[in-house]
Ligand binder design. Structure first.
Ligand code: S3P
Length: 447
């Protein structure tokens, strides 16, 4: 999938207070996994609150192409009839992953232990992203790859039948790599072990258990998480409710903290501790964020967030928080640009290989909007305005978002706290994770 239609530039203007109660759409990571696991279970699973976005559609299309039946019952509710672990069919055509790194890497894992050949393609942004991190462990399990020297898409994979189990220590803190190996392990006889020195989001482990898979999680002497799965494993159908995506909520959390007079409740937000570090960082910066009505939905902790305008102070962010807020740095940088004093981040090399080089692109974007930013090899140092509005972009100029949805949404929020407004060059990529973003912003904005 390439971006449909003409570019969609938008100008985001200085906003009045954000009030009321909003719901953000379903969690993207959980939605991908729910489709994949339901497609492997024999029988019918129902998923409620599924994120209906382009990235998730790419996963659904790939699972249909390999045999699953996936139908929308009504908005947000999907019925999936799976084919069974070991029974995936050879897709008739190349699988277009669009912008979605999660679809690509997790599906490579899932298909690596099935004797099928798959061709993965993607858009310009995805075709620049490194796939070597999954190719390496999956090749050890026996999958064969035809790929260019950079290990980027397009690539062809021939799954291993039978695959061999591996004992693998992650070289990068990546939930996608961990998940790819665990999904491959489902159809691999023997004991597959993934060692994770830095914990990353654990939705795959939680959901595998929800679908009846047996896996053990231990902590090693060095503090690493050791995940062991004895394959092959059958999955049982399961009804899943997907909580709201904390990475989507993050834009509104920061908007409410920054816009004077705001008092906004964001309901039904996933609070999985492997995803929640942004809230701790914003609280440490002085942000007023209260968690209300803690509950568990679909095996995941959830709460409502009440966020009030706050005067933020710059801080030095502990690199140990990185994995648990990896997708939230672009919007955190916006918060830092309005805080008083200096915010220092480091250990963020991984941001350079996301949908865009998020350190370079956010540094340029915020500078362009009038913020004071210094870029380093592994982070940004930002000198905040102390609450004063950013200048905004000049007439006729726009922020280059490089096909990155989170840059577009972050800079839209920067526009709400700018004198002149901020023009974002293209809002189309937002459809990959948060199609309702502009409508929701309209609901709470500029009264
Ligand atoms: C994801 C893992 C993270 C994250 C991505 C979603 C997942 O990627 O950035 O948006 O669903 O497993 P990495 O595994 O590359 O850190």
């Amino acid at each position: 999938m390439n971006m449909p239609g003409a570019t969609q530039p938008r100008r985001f203007c200085r906003s009045g207070p954000l009030h009321g109660r909003i719901l953000v759409p379903g969690d993207k990571s959980i939605s991908h996994r729910a489709i994949m696991l339901a497609s492997l279970a024999v029988g019918t699973s129902t998923i409620t609150g599924l994120l209906e976005s382009a990235d998730v559609t790419a996963t659904a299309a790939a699972m249909r192409a390999t045999g699953a039946s996936i139908e929308q019952v009504k908005p947000g509710v999907w019925r999936i009839d799976g084919v069974g672990v070991g029974s995936l069919l050879q897709p008739a055509a190349a699988l277009d992953m669009g912008n979605s790194g999660t679809s690509t890497r997790l599906l490579m894992g899932l298909f690596a232990s099935h004797g099928i050949q798959t061709v993965f393609t993607g858009d310009a942004s995805l075709s620049r992203r490194p796939m070597g991190r999954v190719i390496q462990p999956l090749a050890l399990m026996g999958a064969q790859f035809t790929v260019n020297a950079d290990d980027t898409l397009p690539l062809t994979m021939r799954g291993a039948d039978p695959a061999v189990p591996i004992h693998y220590r992650l070289q990068v803190a990546s939930a996608q790599v961990k998940s790819a190996i665990l999904l491959a392990a489902l159809n691999t006889a023997g004991s597959t072990i993934v060692v994770e020195p830095t914990p990353t989001r654990d939705h795959t482990e939680r959901m595998l258990r929800g679908f009846g898979a047996n896996l053990s999680i231990d902590i090693g002497d060095d503090g690493a998480r050791i995940i062991t799965m004895q394959g092959p494993q059958d999955l049982h159908p399961c009804d899943i409710e997907v909580p709201g995506d904390p990475s989507s909520a993050a834009f509104f959390v920061v908007a409410a903290l920054l816009v004077p007079g705001s008092d906004l409740t964001i309901a039904n937000v996933g609070m999985n501790p492997t995803r929640a570090a942004l809230l701790d960082v914003l609280r440490a910066m002085g942000g007023s964020i209260e968690e209300e009505d803690h509950r568990v939905i679909g095996g995941e902790p959830v709460a409502d967030l009440r966020v009030r305008h706050s005067e933020l102070k710059g801080i030095e962010i502990d690199p140990a928080s990185t994995a648990a807020m990896i997708d939230e740095f672009p919007i955190l940088f916006v918060a830092a640009a309005l805080a008083s004093g200096r915010t220092v981040t480091q250990g963020l090399e991984e941001l350079r290989v996301k949908e865009s080089d998020r350190l370079a692109v956010m540094s340029a974007a915020l500078t362009f909007a009038g913020a004071s930013v210094e870029e380093h090899a592994d982070g940004l140092t930002i000198e905040g305005t102390g609450g004063a509005m950013l200048r905004g972009t000049l007439p006729g100029q726009s922020i280059a978002t490089m096909l990155d949805h989170r840059i577009a949404m972050s800079m839209a929020i920067a526009g709400l706290v700018s004198e002149a407004g901020v023009t974002v060059d293209d809002m189309r990529p937002v459809a990959t994770s948060f199609p309702q973003f502009e409508r929701l912003l309209g609901d709470v904005q500029c009264r």
